[in-house]
Design a protein around this ligand. Sequence first.
Ligand code: ATP
Length: 136
Amino acid sequence: IEETLVLVKPDGVARNLTGRILARIEAKGYQIVDLRMVQADRALLAQHYAEHEGKPFYEPLVEFMESGPVVAARVAGHRVIEGFRSLAGTTDPTTAAPGTIRGDLGRDWGLKVQQNLVHGSDSPESAARELALWFD
Ligand code: ATP
């Protein structure tokens, strides 16, 4: 069965949306098979976001992600990688489709980084890599 890494980002935790976000994952029929709250450090985030190093939003992104605890979930289900990204909606929460997590619960706060509530792995390769980082 396929697995993905979902993160409830610091904005989601701070806004007390963790339960609603996890409930939407469960309601879709996916299974939460492991769950932890983590204060991520720079070393972990540098590895997690290695592909974005050097991009203009990289530093604000890492600062945002270390600004408070995140909730990491190992989520399992048939085609869950694609399915969770569909459930999350597109990156920009202002234009993410209504019905999605970002479209329903997120908006643009005019900051240097998109505070868009959740992360989901984008391929089987990144899921394996990211799950090893956050859970092993
Ligand atoms: P997507 O569904 O677009 O792949 P993602 O969350 O996986 O969304 P990434 O492209 O992996 O997005 O970028 C990681 C994070 O960096 C985003 O979730 C967002 O918080 C932030 N980000 C990405 N692109 C920008 C941007 N152009 N400006 C500001 N922040 C950004």
